[in-house]
Design a protein around this ligand. Structure first.
Ligand code: SF4
Length: 336
């Protein structure tokens, strides 16, 4: 598609917010990179590390709209005069989508390289961990500021956006954007599915669009299968926060299995850089394993540990590690 020099005005008018987790205005990010005032090369990275359980919309976008994604990256590269673009893919997607992406890159005559994320790890999706990964460094978040907009790939100004963002950029550039985005549904008694629905839809309306009638027989984890919050069926008249994903659970799922599963996930995915997350997720898991095995634990200690993990962890992974557990106890199965 032809590059339109007014792309930044179109992005500003559309109010497009990045479709990763940072909720940052795309136009502002692109302008920060363009005006970074750092000598040397600039880069664009398309983030397709998607590794939150219950999230598969980037997979859907790549499968169905790879030409739009490449077009969006190309538009970004032209806007900042980037030397090179990258598509950062988790290992499964690298294997599955090379054959979709490489011919399209070649057809659109753009300098984009596919980069295979070394592991299917969770923290590698965070933008500075992603940069470390691409530079062969330990995969852990960097201190911010400076931000990747000025000090990104090899400390050069870098646009990093999710692949759905580039898809939306392409639609905006060609005047076909309709203020909609992709939502994922999975869980008990439903097949995994993806739908394109309005940006500000409520959770309840989204479930209806997928053909699910919310009821007391279920509860819902919204925002991802690890970091998402649990809501009962009366709490769904609210907008999404975080990832656009809903997982449906039957109410009779054993509490112990759910809680330990969520904690085990974060204990395994903690990169180990900071103590509150590295030790906190491990200690919380051990305390609750003992509690569910019948050994009474001091709830005040558990609450303190959760508070510390949520409020003193270095990056978003630690800050969201207890979302599911705390919201489950609050909204689904209040502790006596
Ligand atoms: S919160 Fe700390 S240990 Fe956990 S992933 Fe982030 S930097 Fe690593």
């Amino acid at each position: 598609m032809l590059f339109n020099t007014s792309i930044i005005k179109k992005l500003q008018k559309s109010n497009l917010i990045g479709r990763g987790c940072n909720n940052f205005l795309v136009a502002d990010k692109w302008l920060s990179v363009k005006n970074a005032g750092i000598k040397g090369d600039k880069f664009v990275v398309c983030n397709v590390s998607e590794s939150e359980p219950g999230m598969f919309k980037d997979e859907y976008v790549l499968k169905n709209f790879s030409e739009r994604v490449i077009d969006g990256i190309k538009i970004a590269m032209k806007f900042i005069r980037a030397k090179k673009g990258f598509i950062y893919l988790n290992p499964e997607y690298f294997k599955d989508f090379q054959d979709y992406l490489l011919p399209e890159i070649s057809a659109q005559k753009v300098n984009i390289e596919l980069y295979e994320k070394p592991l299917h790890d969770y923290v590698g999706g965070e933008e500075t961990s992603l940069l470390n990964s691409m530079q062969g460094l330990r995969v852990e978040p960097r201190f911010k500021p400076p931000f990747p907009t000025t000090h990104g790939f090899f400390n050069q100004p870098t646009i990093i956006n999710n692949c759905e963002t580039f898809y939306a950029v392409s639609l905006i550039n060609s005047g076909e954007y309709k203020n909609i985005k992709f939502y994922c549904l999975s869980g008990d008694e439903v097949d995994n599915s993806v739908k394109e629905l309005p940006v500000n839809i409520t959770i309840k309306k989204c479930l209806q669009e997928f053909g699910h009638k919310s009821s007391d027989k279920y509860f819902y984890q919204v925002g991802g299968g690890a970091a998402g919050f649990c809501y009962n069926y009366k709490q769904l008249n609210r907008a999404f926060a975080g990832n656009p994903s809903i997982i449906i659970y039957k109410k009779n799922r054993p509490e112990k299995d759910l809680i330990l599963h969520w904690l085990q996930f974060f204990k395994n995915e903690s990169c180990g850089k900071c103590l509150p997350c590295r030790e906190g997720t491990y200690r919380l898991l051990k305390l609750l394993e003992k509690q569910y095995a019948g050994e009474n634990q001091d709830q005040a200690v558990i609450n303190d540990l959760i508070f510390t993990i949520q409020n003193t962890s270095f990056c978003g992974l630690g800050k969201v590690a207890c979302n599911a557990v705390v919201s489950y106890w609050k909204n689904i199965c209040p502790k006596k």
